[in-house]
Design a binder for this molecule. Structure first.
Ligand SMILES: NC(=O)c1ccc[n+]([C@@H]2O[C@H](COP(=O)([O-])OP(=O)(O)OC[C@H]3O[C@@H](n4cnc5c(N)ncnc54)[C@H](O)[C@@H]3O)[C@@H](O)[C@H]2O)c1
Length: 376
């Protein structure tokens, strides 16, 4: 499959590096609306460069466009690519507006094209192992999920020094403006519908807790949620509570509470994050959860050791390779357009929780209390 990369920013390096794991994909060229970036990226990886998006779309050799632009540009780039007859693999979110995401999916369907969205970690060893354990009733019937996507106080970190391998700075302004829910909720939300069926209801709360995150200019908008929490009910009856923040200390743990035990993994950002089970058992009159976890063996179809660089051990290009394979066989990708839209809809419902009114406003209040005299 001949592909072209649009957007030569921070994440593009991860794609090019992990494309080395998937020789079926051939990069015809790269393009960025910032010509210096495109030039540097093309030089660094010795890849051909296109000067305009139009030039990519006019190139009949390109079958699939990989959209690695900023989230607020995903819609326009994906739409242009579909209109030009190219399949699209988009970084997440599919779009920042539900109507736009739906339009993209309908456009793809009307043209007989495929569109799919990252993250593709459902194709990873950890997600597939958890799903297998659930199917094998390793924890009996699953009831409840607690998933955390907390990344610590990012605005206090040394983010100005974070650079990709080819030298692109981490786009902190865009990350703060887009927000951690649109950026990160999808990592777990692409797993759950596969495990538990479609989501039927999302109850969410989102807020901006840290207003002035940058000292060099203003953010637009200034108050994107940096904290969100959602309870999602899935068709199977399972409820998942997902928290996203760039405030609480780093925690990416997933716990699934079932009838006979707890299934967990430390971090969905590692495709081979170990999967553990803690079993529940009775001793005399007490019910105890085993303090020592058992490791559930990881399933894998990877014949070679995957190449990763940096902190994120994700095989970014795996979703594109699977998509290319599916297209070749006349099938839908694993992360199909409709599946990607479903995930996008959940993520947007959480991100826009304040606007969509899914948070209940308290009516009552009371006079402030004083500490007790002996405690003053
Ligand atoms: N930064 C990360 O660690 C990370 C990790 C995983 C996924 N992502 C996702 O990857 C995507 C890109 O993020 P990034 O960190 O690389 O951002 P970035 O700002 O570093 O790079 C995006 C690039 O896209 C270019 N661009 C924007 N609109 C364009 C257009 N219309 N035509 C051509 N080029 C255009 C920009 O000039 C920029 O160079 C986002 O969807 C983000 O959610 C980022």
């Amino acid at each position: 499959m001949n592909i072209a990369i649009i957007g030569c920013g921070f994440v593009a390096d991860y794609y090019v590096r992990t494309l080395e794991n998937h020789p079926s994909l051939k990069i015809m060229g790269v393009m960025d609306r910032n010509p210096d970036r495109a030039q540097r990226f093309s030089d660094y990886y010795s890849l051909p460069k296109y000067d305009t998006l139009d030039a990519v779309l006019r190139d009949n050799r390109v079958q699939l466009v990989v959209n690695l632009t900023n989230p607020r540009n995903h819609y326009e780039v994906s739409k242009a690519a579909l209109e030009a007859g190219k399949h699209v693999y988009s970084e997440k979110p599919l779009a920042t507006d539900y109507a736009e995401a739906k339009e993209l999916v309908e456009l793809a369907e009307s043209r007989g094209l495929q569109i799919s969205s990252a993250p593709c970690s459902l194709l990873g060893e950890t997600a597939q192992t958890i799903w297998k354990a659930l199917r094998e009733q390793a924890i009996g019937h699953p009831y409840l999920v607690y998933a955390e996507m907390d990344d610590g106080l990012v605005h206090k970190m040394m983010y100005q020094a974070w650079k990709s391998e080819s030298g692109t700075p981490w786009p902190y302004k865009d990350e703060f403006e887009v927000g951690c829910t649109l950026e990160h909720a999808g990592y777990y939300l692409t797993w759950f519908p596969a495990f538990f069926g479609p989501a039927v209801n999302v109850s969410a709360f989102a807020d901006c807790l840290v207003k002035d995150k940058v000292s060099d200019g203003k953010l637009d908008p200034p108050d994107t949620p940096d904290f969100s929490v959602a309870c999602i009910k899935f068709a199977s009856g399972v409820v998942a509570r997902l928290t996203c923040s760039i405030v609480a200390a780093h925690d990416h743990e997933l716990k699934i509470f079932g009838e006979t035990g707890i299934l967990s993994t430390e971090d969905c950002w590692y495709y081979r994050s170990p999967v553990h089970i803690k079993r529940r058992f009775n001793i005399r009159r007490k019910t105890i959860v085993s303090p020592i976890p058992e490791t559930y063996p990881l399933v894998s179809n990877q014949t070679k050791k995957q190449k990763y660089r940096g902190a994120q051990q994700m095989d970014f290009a795996r979703g594109i390779a699977e998509m290319a394979d599916a297209i070749k066989q006349g099938q839908q990708p694993y992360l199909s357009a409709r599946y990607s839209l479903h995930v996008n809809e959940m993520v947007l419902a959480i991100h826009y929780a304040l606007d969509t009114g899914t948070s209940y406003r308290m009516e009552t209040t009371f006079e402030p209390l004083e500490p007790l005299s002996w405690a003053r």
